[in-house]
Design a protein around this ligand. Structure first.
Ligand SMILES: [Zn+2]
Length: 250
């Protein structure tokens, strides 16, 4: 079932065609549940950004902030990358360092993802799918060219596009991604549909970071369910919430 979108304002001011809608689905009661913060804090309002199919989004989060990547329609891979603010894109989420720390490539809830400076950058705090990849590169323009579809959008192209304001100059600057909801264990292609509508992974930022997420445009051979669909990023999720925050069931 396709979710019904709220008719809130659409923000086209970021220059990437990304729509931003007011956060809808965290009722006030969830802010007053069993674990109040130990010190008074100003409540933050989670914000939901819709990433249109085959496009990307760059977003900044502060250390301690939780955010989710949500598969709205199911079977959609999201390539994810992150950089530590103030490092000119030099310190980034590294799949090689993360595999080293995890002694593998299957991160679970509570585990951390690491940078190429050997620092933890993100922690996985919730995950309704638990199937992701940290071995494949992003799809890239030359991949589609060689498949006879020149000009096709790509994850590497999306990430380079949305990261241009942060100083990224080329798809050759794109780092190896964390491929959220991608089912390719041990570099083998499995049925590529582990995620259902409303599934999500939630991270806590451990540093002030810039993130890039690409709604994977790969629509060949049944990948991404054979039809690329929108995904959402929800920033500022209160700890312990169980809602997807995008108007559909969790
Ligand atoms: Zn892709």
């Amino acid at each position: 079932m396709r979710p019904v979108w709220p008719t809130g304002s659409r923000d086209s001011g970021n220059g990437f065609g990304i729509s931003s809608i007011p956060f809808m689905a965290f009722p006030a009661s969830q802010y007053t549940s069993s674990s109040p913060p130990s010190t008074p804090t100003t409540p933050t309002t989670p914000t939901t950004h819709i990433i249109p199919s085959s496009h990307g989004l760059a977003f900044e989060v502060k250390a301690g902030t939780r955010f989710r990547v949500v598969d709205l329609y199911g079977s959609q891979v999201v390539d994810f990358a992150a950089w530590v603010q103030g490092t000119h894109l030099r310190e980034y989420l590294s799949m090689a360092y993360t595999r080293y720390h995890l002694s593998g490539a299957t991160p679970t809830i509570g585990e951390e993802l690491w940078t190429n400076n050997d620092e933890p950058i993100l922690r996985i705090v919730e995950d309704t799918v638990k199937v992701h990849d940290m071995t494949f590169m992003s799809c890239f323009p030359k991949m589609y060219e060689k498949a006879g579809v020149k000009g096709h959008r790509s994850c590497a192209g999306n990430i380079a596009e949305v990261m241009e304001p942060y100083g990224m100059e080329s798809v050759l600057d794109v780092t190896d991604p964390f491929n959220i909801f991608q089912n390719t264990p041990n570099y083998t292609l499995k049925p590529l549909a582990p995620s259902k509508p409303g599934d999500y992974i939630e991270f806590e930022a451990l540093k002030d970071i810039v993130c890039a997420a690409s709604c994977c445009p790969y629509d060949l051979n049944g990948f991404n369910g054979g039809k690329v669909t929108d995904v959402a990023v929800v920033i500022g999720v209160p700890a312990g919430s169980s809602s997807t925050g995008v108007g559909i069931g969790s």
